[in-house]
Each structure stands twice: as C-alpha cells, then as structure tokens.
Design a protein around this ligand. Structure first.
Ligand code: C5P
Length: 295
C-alpha cells in the first residue's frame, strides 16, 4: 500500500522584507500564490526511512535525513510515538533551489502522505504547526491557493483570488542559496523599513485584475538575487521584450517569473525565453493552484 500527494510550487507576488531579527530571520509581508507546477511525494511502508528522488535537478536533492521531506516524516512520527519507517519517493518537477519552494512542497507532501498512510488523523492545526517548524514556506505549500504570510512568512491569512493568472517561469542554470540571498539583502539594505502588505496588490488578486497585478508586484530580494546572479537581468529583459506584463525574480531566485495577459501570450513568452538563450528552460503555469492533495 502507498499514498501519493501532489503539492504545488509558489511564486511571491509581493515579498516585502524587513530588517534581520534577533533570531536571524526577517519579518516579511509575503503574498504567496500557488502555481500549477507540481512535485509528487509517494510514501510506502519500509524497514527504515529512505528517500529517493527522480526528475529534473534531482541529482542536487539530498537523500539523507537533512531532506526536509524526511524531517517532516520524522517529526510527525515522533509526535505520535512511532518510527518513520517509510520509503519516500519524490517525483520532481518544481525547479530545485529555484525560489519556488520545491523543498517546502516536498515536506508538506511527505507530512500529508504519512498522515494518510499511518492513519494518524492529525488535525489541520497540528499539520500547520509541524509545517511552521520545518520552514517558513512549508505552511503555504500545504494550504495552496493564495495567502498573505507574515512573521517569517509562516503566519497565513488565506484569501480568494478572483480569476486565473497565466505565468511563465524561466529556470536558470544553477541555484541560489536562500540564506545567502538574505545575507546579501542585509548588506544592500542596512535600514530596511517594517514590511507592509500592498492593498493595491491584494485588491488586484481578489478582483482577478491582471493589469493591476502587473503594476503592483514587488520583490525586495530581487536586487540581492541579481547581485549574486547578474545574468538574471538578461532573462528579465528577454521576458519583458517578449510581452510579459511584469517580470520579477521568484522568491530568492534564481527562477524568474513573467506575468502574461492570457494563455496564448504565456506560450509565446515561454518560446521567446527558450530561444533567447538566457535561461535553461521556460515553463508555463496557471495560478492559483490547490494545496497538498492526496491522489
Ligand atoms: O524557514 P526556512 O528554513 O525556509 O529559511 C531558510 C533561510 O532563509 C533561513 O535560514 C534564513 O537565512 C532565511 N530566511 C530569513 N527570513 C525569513 C525566511 C527565511 O532570513 N523570513
């Protein structure tokens, strides 16, 4: 018997970052949108905890207990007085180390899958607690859709989106370390103001107004990501030239995100980005997408 859970990637349509806190994290006003690029996590009973991974970039995914999905299984098991004796298989489609919360998605997926396999029947609140312990983006990977994240990103206020948005994601050659991008942010922004959610942006999402959304997207980590990965400027320019309504770095990068007017435009932007030679590959995806789902 096995259980498979599908979990979406995310893009941050607003990522407002404050100064570093005493615990090293940064306060955020973080507007998450789940997008239709998915990983799948399958758990099967085994003699001991084992992780395997297949798909693009899977060679960079750790297969030991430092893998966030393995830690998710162990945390749930420990809370319920059992051992995490499962084989976790991750079918990767979310860019690895790309700023789209792929590792967080796998952790949320492993948690929901183990809960179902073991019959733990953990409450939604308990699952969200474990998610927050695992990482700032993990609670959102569980809930999906759209949400405003505050604190270090883990306190979520879910809201409805009034339409479908069409995106293109340009996958870079290589990855960026999230802590390194935050350190570069600190260096570039010695006096970061307290982060504040943009009302215009939240209104645009609620109305499904793509033009208003395009005018409101921001990412405070973008200068830091560009400083560490300068070639991303060329990718952003290529997408804008191909007709994207907005172009930004996704989270801590190096994936770049392009908002398109409609599905046809998204296809054309993806083709132009692929042909531009400024990225490894370009993917189209719609948002919002559902959170962790048992298949
Ligand atoms: O929470 P998570 O483990 O995903 O965070 C990874 C790293 O990103 C942290 O160790 C920290 O360096 C940085 N981070 C931060 N402030 C946040 C979220 C993440 O500084 N709100």
């Amino acid at each position: 018997m096995s259980v498979t859970v599908r979990i979406p990637a995310k893009v941050n349509v607003q990522l407002a970052v404050g100064a570093a806190r005493a615990d090293g994290f940064h306060d955020l006003a973080n507007v998450f949108l789940a997008v239709g690029l998915y990983d799948e996590v399958t758990v099967t009973p085994a003699d001991e905890l084992r992780v395997t991974c297949a798909g693009p970039g899977s060679g960079q995914v750790p297969l030991d207990r430092t893998n966030l999905a393995a830690r998710a299984a162990e945390l749930l098991a420990a809370r319920h007085g059992r051992t995490a004796d499962v084989h976790l298989h991750i079918a990767k489609d979310i860019p690895v180390a790309g700023g789209m919360a792929g590792g967080s998605a796998d952790a949320a997926g492993a948690l929901v899958a183990c809960d179902a396999l073991w019959g733990t029947e953990a409450s939604r609140d308990e699952l969200l607690d474990i998610c927050a312990e695992l990482g700032s983006d993990v609670p959102f990977s569980l809930v999906g859709g759209a949400a405003l994240g505050t604190g270090r990103g883990e306190k979520l206020e879910v809201f409805e989106v009034g339409g479908t948005f069409h995106w293109v994601f340009a996958v870079a050659d290589g990855g960026l370390s999230t802590p390194a991008v935050y350190r570069e942010f600190d260096r570039l922004t010695p006096k970061a103001p307290a982060p504040q959610a943009s009302r215009a942006l939240l209104d645009a999402l609620r109305k499904g107004d793509v033009g208003a959304l395009a005018g409101a997207v921001t990412n405070d980590l973008q200068p830091a990501a560009l400083s560490l990965f300068p070639s991303l400027a060329g990718t952003l320019a290529a997408g804008a030239e191909a007709g994207a309504l907005a172009a930004l770095v996704s989270g801590s990068g190096p994936t770049t995100a392009f908002l398109a007017a409609d599905a046809g435009s998204a296809r054309r932007i993806a083709d132009a980005l692929t042909a531009s030679g400024t990225c490894r590959t370009a993917r189209v995806a719609d948002s919002p997408a559902p959170g962790a789902t048992v298949l």
